[in-house]
Design a protein around this ligand. Structure first.
Ligand code: FE
Ligand code: CA
Length: 529
């Protein structure tokens, strides 16, 4: 934590330092460029331009991404902005009073990226907290809320880690009470595993309706992100700490696979354009550092993020590169169709190789796969028949077992898979090969429920469902409430606290720990604490 220090003459506020150069540049540009390309340091806003809050993410030992988006009227096209390109100042401070500014700079916000700002700040000290904010210059300038950034430990440093992971925040189906509780946790970062938005049009009889019809165009997706991000409890969870984000299906289209949409009538060209719109809008609204792509339709989000020597997080994409689902959409009795064709993959060949090569070369104590869909199979048919979900790893069994074999060879019982997607909590032991019973356990999977998706949920699971689940010996626990998972990771072991709220369709739900599960480093199995 930083100590408050007095301001020094070497750190004047940004708007004073750059005021003259702004005037010169603006005057020079005005003569030759159309109005939309003009840079203005002193645009004034009738409404708060920081209505969508701030965020940080994708940390390194010396920095991270700082994010905001100017949107004085969030549901209007371009967030209610047009014309000049405002200059946004950013500051990183040692303390929450901003007495000592350690880094600062300026960025322009333009309509081509929905007036979003991504600052890749570097040169900070490892393993500590910083505070950041944005402002627009001038007498009528506005200042953003303050967010917190925590840098990662230096390479090789064994620093314990506390983090939370979450997914699935359908705006219509509940209030973000779980985010309200999450924003009070003592954690270093949040891993968000997808379904940040949902693409459907406004529904009837919901807690709070979506604005507009099903989203397809870039402007549609932008407005949907803006609507979600107006939520103050979501903003508080972002302000608390950095986030590491990946997308799932609903950032584009329910259960899409590669260029195959939910609606099988949709052409490949239509799906590529929809991906381009959805992927660009996702990037514009997330504090992420991902490689530039030739086309937004091909944006790559796979990346690894280190927490010193303690843990390596592999941020995966199981949507963009997957083969089409085998057999029926949803669940099906197996074997069927091309279900167990060895050529079918969930991550794509390149990502699979990148992941296993990376884990093989990594010296990190724990390997963490931040992943969208459940890796452990769930056979939902009672008795000898086997029925599994075609949308999860169980729909791609050869690829799953190939990966699990690879993990057994490289990081046996020090690999944890964290998963979202299915709006319920699961604790699963991962075997090296689910096609053959009684193979050794090689890792643990913790599946988080939704923040809101599915509505209130239920504290009890019906007896017939429990009976089916009990036939899946590797599944240790299942729960159907809303919430998130908080993890405490040390060299010896990993605790996962399943934090749940009893309802989300009305305000004020308390939070409680429904269960705590423990993985001992290097030992097979998951124990209830
Ligand atoms: Fe979801
Ligand atoms: Ca999903």
């Amino acid at each position: 934590m930083g100590q408050p220090r007095p301001a020094t003459p070497t750190n004047p506020p940004m708007h004073r330092r750059h005021f003259l150069s702004d005037l010169t540049r603006t005057a020079a540009l005005c003569a030759v460029v159309p109005n939309i390309w003009r840079v203005r340091s002193r645009v004034s806003f009738a409404d708060d331009p920081f209505s969508l809050g701030v965020a940080s993410g994708d940390i390194t030992p010396t920095g991270g991404i700082l994010w905001t988006r100017l949107a004085p009227r969030p549901l209007e096209p371009d967030g209610g902005l047009s014309g000049p390109r405002p200059v946004v100042n950013w500051e990183v401070a040692d303390d929450d009073n901003f007495r000592k500014i350690v880094k600062s700079g300026r960025a322009t916000a333009g309509s081509e990226l929905s007036y979003s700002v991504h600052v890749d700040v570097d040169g900070l000290e490892p393993n500590r907290w910083y505070w950041y904010r944005f402002s627009t210059a001038g007498a009528t300038g506005a200042t953003s809320p303050i967010g917190r950034l925590r840098t990662a430990p230096a390479d090789g440093v064994m620093q314990p880690l506390s983090f939370a992971f979450a997914s699935c925040q359908h705006y219509e189906q509940g209030l973000y009470t779980a985010h309200d509780h999450l924003s009070r946790e003592e954690i270093d970062f949040v891993a968000f595993l997808g379904d940040y938005i949902y693409e459907g049009g406004a529904a009837n009889g919901v807690v709070r309706p979506h604005f507009g019809l099903e989203i397809r165009t870039l402007d549609d997706y932008r407005r949907r992100y803006a609507q979600y991000k107006t939520d103050k409890m979501l903003q508080a969870a972002h302000a608390l700490c950095p986030w590491l984000s990946i997308w799932d299906d609903h950032e584009v289209d329910n259960n899409y696979a590669g260029v195959h949409g939910e609606n099988s009538m949709e052409s490949e060209e239509q799906m590529r354009l929809r991906r381009a719109a959805g992927y660009q809008a996702w990037w514009e609204h997330q504090p992420v550092r991902v490689p530039r792509a030739k086309s937004w339709a091909d944006l790559t989000i796979t990346r690894s993020i280190n927490w010193g020597a303690m843990a390596n997080f592999w941020m995966l994409d199981t949507r963009q590169y997957r083969d089409a689902q085998a057999c029926n959409q949803g669940s099906d009795k197996v074997p069927c169709g091309k279900w167990n064709d060895p050529a079918r993959t969930l991550m794509g060949t390149a990502q699979e190789k990148w992941l296993l090569d990376g884990i093989g070369a990594s010296k990190a104590h724990w390997q963490v796969l931040a992943n969208q869909v459940m890796m452990a199979p769930y056979d939902s048919a009672r008795g000898p028949d086997t029925t599994v979900s075609m949308d999860q790893w169980s729909g791609y069994p050869v690829a799953r077992d190939r990966l699990l074999h690879g993990l057994e060879q490289r990081a046996k019982n020090r690999t944890v898979v964290i998963t979202g997607d299915i709006h319920s909590n699961w604790v699963n032991e991962l075997a090296s090969d689910f096609s053959h019973p009684d193979r050794p356990i090689v890792g643990a999977e913790f599946v988080t429920t939704s923040i809101t998706s599915g509505g209130d949920g239920a504290a009890t699971v019906p007896a017939n469902a429990l009976a089916v689940i009990a036939e899946n010996k590797h599944i240790k626990w299942h729960n159907r409430q809303r919430g998130y998972v908080k993890c405490d990771v040390t060299a010896d072991g990993w605790n996962a606290d399943y934090r749940v709220v009893p309802y989300v369709t009305r305000a004020g739900a308390p939070v409680e720990t429904a269960a705590r599960w423990h993985v001992a480093h290097g030992k097979a199995g998951i124990q209830k604490v």
